[in-house]
Design a protein around this ligand. Structure first.
Ligand code: MG
Ligand code: MG
Ligand code: MG
Length: 313
């Protein structure tokens, strides 16, 4: 008999939302009488660590592959390129996400996808739908995810729903939303102990568009210049990754959490796609993108549009 347990996890290089959704979804399943466990698909970052400590939550176990036909709930992700090895043959029961859909299954799947700022906002609604009480701990990690994904409501992905939900959750958790939120975001900006290799992998996602392989990595910062002091070292790490993984376009995004804008390093043999997408010319592989903070809503769609544009004669 196949293992009945439901494995719940987000994306690789997990962020606070992936961890929050895994924990809160596994808890919700337990509360409604199903056997479920949360997992992480990689190391916990410093921001998430801060949130887990704050609300006295244990980090989920690491999952490095998934058995054939294992029961799975995917949260904060629906792309196999950002998932655990073996996912193609797992039994996906449910998906809760707020990214573009890129999912192919052989069986029908219960899929909840909304174009909102954070998947944890959907989790809040699922608790309400199932009439399950949200404890202060669950509220704390959900609201941490909303602050993280929406960059304290400044991202263009943020909706009124995300904001209202975060405010309600802050009351349940008994904390000051803004005071806690900025401390948590700030905790995630410390890259001093990371090697350049580690920095570019903190929050890195791979995408395929036809034959083209694109990687977009992102870090938050409260001092972009400080990060760019390590530019040469970071570029070396990116170049190495491009060669090893045959990446056509690599975009490394450093997002200023206070300005809500980003400075990027762009490398690869198809930097022309980036220049076309953002109507800009890179200088020393970099440029500043005012008001750009969202990979899913601003960077990736612009790149895809540029790639799909027919060459005009
Ligand atoms: Mg995420
Ligand atoms: Mg998310
Ligand atoms: Mg993110």
């Amino acid at each position: 008999m196949a293992d009945k347990k439901i494995h719940v996890f987000g994306h690789t290089n997990p962020d606070t939302d992936s961890i929050s959704c895994a924990i809160t979804m596994a808890n919700l399943q337990n509360e409604i009488g199903r056997e479920a466990q949360s997992y992480r698909l990689g190391e916990i970052n410093k921001e998430t660590r801060y949130a887990l400590n704050m609300f006295d939550l244990k980090e989920p176990d690491l999952l490095s592959n998934i058995d054939d036909n294992a029961n799975v709930i995917m949260v904060d992700n629906n792309e196999f390129t950002q998932c655990v090895p073996g996912i193609e043959n797992a039994h996906i029961q449910m998906v809760v996400d707020h990214h573009r859909l890129n999912l192919h299954t052989t069986e029908p799947v219960y899929c909840i996808a909304e174009p909102i700022g954070c998947a944890s906002t959907i989790m809040y609604k699922l608790y309400k739908q199932d009439d399950v009480v949200i404890t202060p701990k669950m509220a704390g990690i959900m609201l941490s995810a909303i602050i993280s994904d929406t960059l304290m409501f400044k991202s263009p992905t943020c909706t009124e729903q995300d904001k209202i939900t975060a405010e309600r959750l802050a009351k349940i958790a008994g904390i000051d939303l803004y005071e806690y939120g900025y401390k948590m975001l700030e905790a995630g900006t410390d890259i001093s102990e990371y090697t350049a290799d580690e920095v570019i992998n903190i929050d890195s996602k791979d995408f395929k568009n036809g034959e083209l392989k694109i990687t977009i990595s992102q870090i938050n910062s409260s001092n972009i210049d400080e990060v760019f002091k390590r530019k040469a070292e970071l570029e070396k790490a990116i170049e190495k990754k491009i060669t090893e993984e045959n990446i056509d376009l690599y975009v490394f995004v450093v997002t200023d959490i206070l300005e809500a804008s980003s400075k990027v390093i762009v490398l690869g043999n198809r930097i022309d796609i980036f220049e076309k997408a953002f109507h800009t010319e890179l200088i020393a592989n970099t440029t500043y993108l005012k008001g750009v903070v969202s990979r899913k809503k601003q960077i990736l769609p612009a790149l895809i549009e540029a790639m799909n544009q027919k060459i005009q004669l």
